[in-house]
Write a protein that binds this ligand. Sequence first.
Ligand SMILES: NC(=O)c1ccc[n+]([C@@H]2O[C@H](COP(=O)([O-])OP(=O)(O)OC[C@H]3O[C@@H](n4cnc5c(N)ncnc54)[C@H](OP(=O)(O)O)[C@@H]3O)[C@@H](O)[C@H]2O)c1
Length: 395
Amino acid sequence: MKNICLLGSTGSIGTQTLDVVAKHPDELRCVALAVRRSVGTALAQARQFGVHQVAVADELAANSPEAQELRAWCEAGGGFLRFGAQAVEELCLLPDVDVVVNALVGAAGLRASYLTLEAGRVLALANKESLVVGGDLLMPLAARLNGLRGDNGALMPIDSEHGAIYQCLLGEDMAEVTKLWVTASGGPFRGRTREQLTGITPAQALAHPTWNMGAKISIDSSTLMNKGLEVIEAHHLFSMPYEKIEVVVQPQSAIHSMVEFSDGSVKAHLGTTDMRIPIQFALSYPQRWEAPVAPLDFRTLGTLEFAAPDTDTFRCLALARQAGEIGGTLPCVMNAANEVAVAAFLAEQLPYLGIAECVEDAMEALGSQPVESLDQLAAIDAASRARARQFVAGQ
Ligand SMILES: NC(=O)c1ccc[n+]([C@@H]2O[C@H](COP(=O)([O-])OP(=O)(O)OC[C@H]3O[C@@H](n4cnc5c(N)ncnc54)[C@H](OP(=O)(O)O)[C@@H]3O)[C@@H](O)[C@H]2O)c1
């Protein structure tokens, strides 16, 4: 039995993680939940899954009637309801937690990832921004924990692309890997020109063709920033130099990623387009359990297409790759500016093409320095957000 602490339980990844927990009650138990402010849904989840340790990031949510009810439920079960960002992070350190599923959004998830690995717990990571911003700090912790565990399971990626690459690499010699092919759906605006992206609305950008996801990652998918973040994530997770990481558009999203080897062989990972498959693998490793969804029927799949990404139109991919290649604190700058720009676009304060411009402006203004600590990254994150807000205000 693995005891799970689920950060971001009310989101797209969070609810699908609970589906997996419900399907495998003999293998998985949820012992702690965290949300930002969806107290009512957290209460329903806590009751359904028998969870009595809950944290809510937003302290303003503490006085609602639902919060009173949730507190009574938690305390009746010998647990607690706590508020604030620190309360969310401290869930990772509870003595009964084996695995932390980090499905928070943005750089806000970094500290939880760090504390989890530092405390020797398995990190099942959906929050890719953790690795983009703090990969230089997280990967040494993961390597140390892998050494202690004697396997490679300390940091399990939930992102479907990285879960796919992870599986293609099982049993392989990393010295024989010549390329990681990270697949991309291309997002809702695949094939459009820059001119055709002028005036794109939030509703248009939120309508992803193949995945049903939270708002931030949906916008990132439409700009291809999501793929840029994933390139940096792959660099850290698999210790792969950037020149060996290539993005290919695969509009059907049936191939979740591929690995090429020195003898010219390529392994691809395919399956139904459903995040419960990679979530379950991250939790079942080193085993495989019964499928959480119907398997792919190749007879109905039709054609598989491939294309190079258009980085002139979708500049966020090129900017993210540039940030990753320069390294240091530049990915932190890039990520923070992107978070501000995406929020401003969703609030209709920034045009769609302004997202890349805002990111580029912050990258040019703040530059890079070697990564030293979480506190240093937090300060740089804050500086980049301030710069990005200035950019938005000037629009
Ligand atoms: N969705 C996907 O298919 C997918 C695939 C691969 C990777 N990912 C990655 O997984 C992460 C989560 O994505 P998502 O699509 O599941 O997001 P989402 O649907 O927006 O859900 C986010 C969840 O995190 C909570 N949350 C957000 N910020 C928080 C904070 N500062 N403190 C505490 N709780 C917080 C939210 O609570 P409230 O409900 O209270 O707001 C919600 O439960 C992202 O990093 C994303 O890039 C997602």
